[in-house]
Design a protein around this ligand. Structure first.
Ligand SMILES: Cc1ncc(COP(=O)(O)O)c(C=O)c1O
Length: 370
């Protein structure tokens, strides 16, 4: 937030700022989605919906899991929410009694820690580094599990590192959690944005009782529409719906009508093309970034971030990011936003910007090095 405030201040002073700190795709929302939402608004479909969302949209999400993941998820297990944030709030509210421990990776998405604390839970971090592609191993989770631990929260593909868990690792992790009668929660908000040869995978493939968080924000490019979803086991659905009614009433109805078009073949073709563009930007950045002195120890296979190590002798990440912004106008996010493990040696940059802007950013960063 400090970098963003500084970037905004410099922009207001007339400086040219490149935003590599932002966590949203630069693509406009696909036209059929926009049209479907406008049609709904014109037809006054703007009231409340059921707390868990439109049945027709839940059915489309169930079909999506069948088509892309080969999974049979009954639509009653899908709860539409205000983004992945709404889904995370619901699942943490449901699974947390005061003092319950939640295992999560350091580094990881910062808000998760605060969700857990807001519901009187205790974040318990498992440090992850390049050796394990910034993902927790089953052994590490076995060791980190404490008597108070109830849940394991995974992110795949992960923010800030862009690395994914594949099916065998997910299965092992699911077993560790099941052996301890814990809950497995997987934040899969960047799913669809995968660049490796591996098939798409969900924690639901490893464990049908997993709680899975997803969103229309990233792959579908609908950040400001505030729509996401949660998949939960059958026996959790009634309680989750009661929580959703009281916390949010329902997710945005115009957004839900827009999202009804999101799974049309025409839209999927557009999204697939965008994924390819992001993949080529990723390759470009991975090839060019080392010349700036920043090293990406693990090539990401998802999302749109690079988690880069600072050069030897560089100041800590907060100071490095501030200096980079001051001197070159390139805004990045210091590793310290995502935790504390080796965080002062890393920064995150997003390549969800047009190629020409990325080239401009790299040119400026090159001069910062000299
Ligand atoms: C890992 C992760 N989870 C959840 C969210 C929240 O996303 P939203 O509420 O827009 O769906 C974000 C946003 O950047 C994220 O990176």
């Amino acid at each position: 937030m400090a970098v963003l405030a500084k970037a905004n201040q410099l922009a207001a002073e007339g400086r040219s700022i490149i935003h590599l700190e932002v966590g949203q795709p630069d693509f406009k929302v696909a036209e059929p989605i926009r049209r479907a939402a406008i049609k709904a608004i014109s037809a006054h479909q703007t009231g409340y919906s059921d707390a868990n969302g439109l049945p027709a949209l839940r059915l489309k999400i169930s079909d999506y899991y069948a088509r892309y993941y080969g999974l049979n998820i009954d639509e009653h297990r899908v709860i539409l929410t205000a983004g992945a944030s709404g889904a995370l709030a619901l699942v943490v509210a449901l699974l947390t009694d005061p003092g319950d421990g939640w295992l999560l990776s350091d580094p990881s998405y910062p808000s998760n820690r605060y969700f857990i604390e807001a519901f009187s839970g205790v974040p318990q971090v498992c440090n992850v580094g390049p050796e394990t592609r910034f993902q927790p191993s089953a052994d590490a989770i076995r060791q980190a599990w404490q008597p108070s631990t109830r849940s394991l929260l995974l992110g795949s593909p992960a923010n800030p590192t862009g690395t994914s868990l594949q099916a065998p690792a997910l299965t092992e992790l699911a077993e560790v959690v099941a052996d301890r009668q814990g809950f497995l929660v997987s934040d899969e908000i960047y799913q669809g944005l995968e660049y490796g040869p591996e098939a798409r995978v969900s924690a639901l493939s490893a464990h049908d009782d997993a709680f899975v968080v997803n969103s229309f924000s990233k792959y579908f490019g609908m950040t400001g529409w505030r729509l996401g979803w949660l998949i939960a086991p059958d026996n959790a659905i009634d309680s989750l719906i009661r929580l959703a009614q009281n916390l949010f009433i329902c997710p945005s109805l115009p957004a839900q009508h827009g999202a009804m078009a999101a799974f049309e073949p025409e839209v999927m073709t557009i999204l697939e093309r965008q994924r390819e563009i992001l993949a080529s930007r990723r390759d470009f950045m991975l090839a060019e970034l080392p010349a700036t002195g920043l090293e990406v120890p693990v090539a990401p296979d998802g999302a749109f971030y690079l988690y880069a190590r600072l050069p030897e002798g560089a100041p800590t990440s907060d100071d490095y990011c501030k200096g980079l912004l001051d001197v070159t106008g390139v805004a990045t996010t210091p590793g310290t936003d995502f935790g504390s493990y080796q965080a002062e040696r890393y920064l995150r940059l997003s390549y969800a910007q047009p190629q020409a802007i990325l080239e401009d950013a790299l040119g400026r960063m090159l001069k910062y090095r000299l």
